[in-house]
Design a binder for this molecule. Structure first.
Ligand SMILES: [Zn+2]
Length: 230
């Protein structure tokens, strides 16, 4: 799954034209008050409304303009999450060979994203779900085969819910693992001579550009074993 290939088209609330949002063009769109705008259209509209004779309107938009950084940040998070949610759906369709994702799975995904899924202390961002799912694909396949061999059969939709449960339950371990990667990465920056060491090779195997998929999965399988043994 290449997140860069995901694009969502919206209609601008000011000019009515399409806005195509992908990871590269996120900055060109604004999400404010549950509406979506071209960045330029939004700026123009906000300036105009801040000068409105209606005090209520001008106050509201002056307030928004005074903290435009917040609008930008919230917009970025909103669109990024939307793109990753779409990518997760695409991943499910591709990985489990289904054409339509049933409502039960959309509901479960929503619960996991917003943290209302059973025993989840907090929501899991769609980008983390996608990353975990991709990294643990082989592991989940092995779990499934193991279940089948024990006579525990499930249809594809039950399996997706099952796999999602496994991912949600391993989120803490995933966060720890990410933390560890960050430390290794920082260590490498401070010690460039270490680049020829095993650490460097390890990091290489984890980089998204890496083509050595087997290595990547090997590392995550080790993590997964840790989770399921623990
Ligand atoms: Zn527009």
């Amino acid at each position: 799954m290449n997140i860069r290939e995901i694009e969502i088209t919206y209609k601008c609330c000011v000019c009515g034209e399409d806005i195509s949002v992908n990871l590269e063009t996120i900055g060109e769109a604004v999400y404010c008050d549950k509406k979506i705008y071209h960045s330029d259209c939004f700026a123009e509209m906000a300036e105009k409304r801040a000068k409105s004779k209606n005090k209520k309107i001008s106050d509201k938009w002056k307030f928004i303009l005074a903290d435009i950084g917040k609008v930008r940040k919230e917009s970025y998070i909103y669109f990024k999450n939307r793109l990753y949610k779409a990518a997760v759906c695409q991943f499910i369709e591709d990985n489990y060979y289904i054409k339509v994702i049933p409502r039960s799975i959309h509901i479960r995904l929503g619960d996991i994203y917003n943290g209302s899924y059973i025993r989840l202390p907090r929501g899991i961002p769609p980008s983390h779900i996608l990353d975990m799912w991709e990294r643990k694909r082989d592991f989940l396949n092995r779990v499934y085969e193991n279940n089948i061999s024990k006579g525990k059969c499930m249809d594809v939709y039950e399996r997706i819910l099952y796999d999602l449960g496994v991912l949600a339950n391993s989120y803490d371990s995933y966060l720890k693992w990410r933390e560890k990667q960050k430390k290794i990465s920082a260590e490498m920056k401070n010690n460039p001579q270490k680049q020829n060491t095993e650490i460097y090779k390890f990091m290489e195997s984890l980089s998204p550009e890496s083509t050595d998929i087997s290595q990547k999965h090997f590392d995550m399988s080790a993590l997964a074993d840790e989770i399921f043994d623990g």
